[in-house]
Design a protein around this ligand. Structure first.
Ligand code: ADP
Ligand code: MG
Length: 260
């Protein structure tokens, strides 16, 4: 049966474009009268690393938060790996678990050990056995270089170590997409690289990633693509080399002149 033209405007009627791991279509978001996301369209293929740049207040965090529906959107559609994100309900919890998110603040559970922090959600949400979760959790802690700390509590670790635990905790849910919102902004400078190194290795392993960061070294080294946002819009969407050497917009030139 051929779809009638009237179907096309219905939410989800057209389906996600093939091969996009994240598909954002015509997303609008207001906070009261403030228009924070203005008709955002973004397709991220599997395995791509997208670095999101832009001045403070341009909507970068809001974009991240809408992708796993920590924030509802006013209109538009978001697909993760071909699945339309519902606005609420059990399906949402399941889909949200496919999207790992790492914030500026590590948000570890203070009264749980490092290993417990990593195994809690897989047991509760993914219904893994304790033994399986422990085994996988330990492997992930090894991967982020922190397995020897597994029985300590978050407060006994440095900021860089805690953020690596937060990454391991996200990975324990076996996400298909990882979102990072300024993951190194709260860290002392000497701890930034240990976290970025983990992110670079994740990128090399083929994880689909959307990374908001002010670390231009990371952007140059790890990004496949740069999205530059200003005033709730995607103003530039290009490769790192082009963005850093020949930004097209006045906004991007202004932004780069302040940070480089
Ligand atoms: P960025 O991460 O690029 O700095 P944000 O997405 O955090 O930008 O914010 C975009 C705009 O939305 C800003 O003007 C900010 O003040 C506003 N904003 C963010 N969160 C809220 C909220 N929960 N309520 C009202 N306004 C908000
Ligand atoms: Mg932000």
């Amino acid at each position: 049966m051929t779809a009638s033209p009237t179907n096309v405007s219905e939410p989800g009627a057209a389906g996600p474009p093939s091969k996009s791991m994240i598909s954002i279509r015509k997303v609008q978001k207001h906070y009261g009268s403030l228009h924070v996301l203005k008709d955002i369209d973004l397709e991220v293929p599997a395995g791509q690393v997208v670095v999101v740049l832009g001045p403070s207040g341009s909507g970068k965090s809001t974009l991240c938060r809408t992708i796993n529906r920590l924030e509802p959107i006013d209109s538009g559609e978001i697909y993760i790996d071909g699945n339309l994100l519902p606005s609420e309900g059990r399906d949402l919890a399941k889909l949200r678990a496919d999207v790992g998110m790492v914030f500026q603040s590590f948000n570890l559970f203070a009264h749980k050990t490092i290993l417990e922090n990593v195994t809690l959600a897989p047991v509760k949400v993914r219904r893994k056995s304790k033994a399986d979760a422990d085994k996988r959790g330990y492997q992930l802690l090894e991967r982020v270089g922190i397995a020897t700390q597994k029985d300590k509590y978050p407060a006994q670790l440095s900021g860089g170590q805690q953020q690596r635990v937060a990454i391991a905790r996200s990975l324990a849910m076996e996400p298909t997409v990882m979102l990072f919102d300024e993951p190194t902004s709260a860290l002392d400078p000497e701890m930034v690289n240990e976290v970025l190194d983990v992110m670079v290795s994740l990128a090399k392993e083929g994880m689909t990633m959307l990374v908001v960061t002010h670390e231009m070294g990371f952007a140059r080294k790890a990004a496949d693509r740069i999205i530059f946002m200003a005033d709730g819009q995607i103003v530039e969407d290009t490769d790192p080399e082009s963005f850093f050497t020949q930004p097209k917009s006045e906004r991007a030139r202004d932004f780069l002149s302040k940070i480089l």
